[in-house]
Design a protein around this ligand. Structure first.
Ligand code: HEC
Length: 497
């Protein structure tokens, strides 16, 4: 049982909600259960579906963005000639819901750029394949969708392109490595980002990549949302690149702020894949027009799941883990002792995240919001053993609201789920992430179910990051946004708080 003393530092309202959690144990098996989707009862697919009339519109909306020449996808799906040889594979991938990559329970929440297929569309593709994948009449085909070249920018032409000056050679073979290169983007006045995208040259060798913004000494960081959550120090995340995730566009009125004199720090995680390559990544930025100052600064927070990440709640478990490994530790320490936090130390790794052999384990993290906030997006990040991750909000009155439930996480995809309407929460709302790691032989990606796995940055180590983009609000901004939403709710039913 968690005592109030152990929860010091958590706000009063948050405390009440946190205690509620512990008095009402919840099983996440049910949390993660796939709920019935609204379109389960939809009528069966149209009879005699054809490619031009029924299938092509779906491919245009949900597949061609990736399946066209010059992208990492293995084949184009632009027309009948492209698609026909892949008909069986297409049926298999869409019925198993491996394609398009979208790994969440579709019945929870609404998202921007959602490519996922309805049950009716899946049935339609299956019926088309089963009836011999006929082409149909040319006159039925919608006009071809036009795409910019794959190496170019998703949302148009950026105002600023910053490229690694030296870049990195990735050898054909060898261990993963995570080098850094700092580049001066030449920002002479504060600018506000509307969208940002990162394009590597060596897609196949990039496991993932970050661009951080290092702020000059003495920068006034008021209003940037720094110093909270995982954003401490004088550095902020600008963008992360991973398969299925290379661009962020900020809803009007929200932005990432680039302060005058800021430096860009590229940090790429490379994974040699058998061929020597060279990478000089570019980051492209579109600014709000000069003179437009968006009100809300977005910051990216890693809501890490793990044992040692919630010292306040888990100190007994951590003490147990460390003592058993012969590490002296006092449970009365106000925070995790630094002695246990030597980077890349196996004790540290196990104390942060502990995944025993042949087991399925759950870790979680509670983060009481220090200020009112808009929650813009959620991106689960784990490695080979990752199987599920969810983000929920625990309201100050104890009510729990599931925001996103990644029920079939796939470690080779890093997808950012952008909320159609950002969630609005008052200070003290607890963001709760739960991760499930499957370290059994049932997990087809598991390289070794007999290994004990802990926290670490190598691909074979584990992580549990709930990357969450947050825009903090002042009390006045919160009240204003709340009033706006209440007014809208009177006229429409689909606006959620
Ligand atoms: C976000 C990008 C993306 C989207 C959207 C996407 N795909 Fe894919 N697809 C890929 C990539 C990359 C691969 C290869 C890696 C893999 O299989 O995960 C792939 C693999 C496939 C394969 C397997 C090919 C093989 O080699 O066996 C099929 C079939 C497929 N996709 C069909 C589709 C269909 C149909 C859609 C739309 C309903 C779709 N994909 C949407 C990126 C995408």
């Amino acid at each position: 049982m968690v005592t109030a003393r152990q929860l010091t530092g958590v706000t009063g309202m948050a405390l009440a909600a946190a205690l509620l959690i512990f008095t009402q144990p919840v099983t996440y098996a049910s949390t993660f259960a796939q709920s019935a989707t609204a379109d389960k009862q939809a009528p069966a697919a149209a009879p005699n579906p054809t490619f031009t009339k029924d299938v092509l519109p779906i491919l245009q909306r949900s597949c061609q963005n990736c399946h066209r020449p010059g992208t990492p996808a293995p084949m184009a799906l632009l027309n009948y000639q492209d698609a026909r040889p892949w008909a069986r594979a297409i049926k298999q991938k869409v019925t198993s819901r491996e394609m398009p990559p979208w790994h969440i329970d579709r019945s929870i929440g609404e998202y921007l750029e959602d490519p996922s297929l309805s049950d009716r569309e899946v049935a339609l593709i299956a019926a088309w394949v089963d009836s011999g994948a006929p082409e149909g009449r040319a006159a039925d085909a919608p006009p071809a969708r036009v795409f910019p070249p794959a190496t170019e920018w998703t949302y148009g032409q950026p105002d600023l392109i910053v490229r690694m000056a030296k870049g990195f050679k990735i050898p054909a073979n060898g261990p993963d490595f995570i080098p850094e290169e700092v580049v001066d983007p030449g920002i002479t006045e504060d600018r506000y980002v509307k969208w940002v995208q990162i394009i590597p040259d060596a897609h196949r060798a990039v496991h993932h990549s970050h661009v951080y913004v290092d702020l000059p000494e003495g920068t006034d960081t008021a209003g940037l949302g720094l110093g909270m959550g995982s954003n401490v120090g004088n550095s902020m995340d600008l963008i992360e690149y991973g398969a299925g995730n290379d661009a962020d566009i900020f809803p009007d009125g929200t932005t990432k702020v680039l302060k005058k004199g800021a430096l860009f720090r590229f940090e790429a995680h490379y994974h040699p894949y058998g061929e020597e390559t060279f990478d000089r990544q570019r980051v492209g930025i579109k600014f709000y027009p000069k003179g437009v100052v968006p009100k809300l600064a977005v910051t990216s927070h890693r809501i890490r799941t793990g044992v040692g990440n919630d010292w306040v709640l888990n100190r007994e478990r951590i003490e147990d883990l460390l003592l058993r490994a012969g590490h002296k530790l006092s449970i009365d320490e106000p925070s995790m002792p630094t002695g246990a936090l030597v980077a890349e130390n196996p004790l540290h790794a196990a104390a942060l995240l502990s995944i025993p052999p042949n087991s399925v384990v759950q870790h979680e993290r509670f983060w009481p919001l220090p200020k009112a906030a808009l929650i813009v997006s959620f991106q689960p990040h784990m490695h080979f053993r990752g199987s599920k991750m969810m983000l929920e909000a625990i309201h100050p009155d104890g009510r729990r609201e599931m925001l996103t439930s990644a029920t079939h996480y796939e470690q080779n995809w890093q997808i950012t789920y952008k909320f159609k309407t950002p969630h609005l929460f008052p200070a003290g709302t607890i963001l709760h992430t739960v991760s499930i790691h499957d370290n059994t032989a049932n997990n087809k990606h598991n390289p070794d179910p007999t290994a004990w796995v802990g926290w670490g940055s190598r691909t074979m180590d584990e992580m549990g990051h709930g990357w969450t983009d947050v825009a903090f609000l002042s009390d006045a901004q919160y009240q204003e946004e709340l009033a706006k939403r209440k007014a809208q709710r009177k006229t429409t039913t689909d606006v959620r708080q």
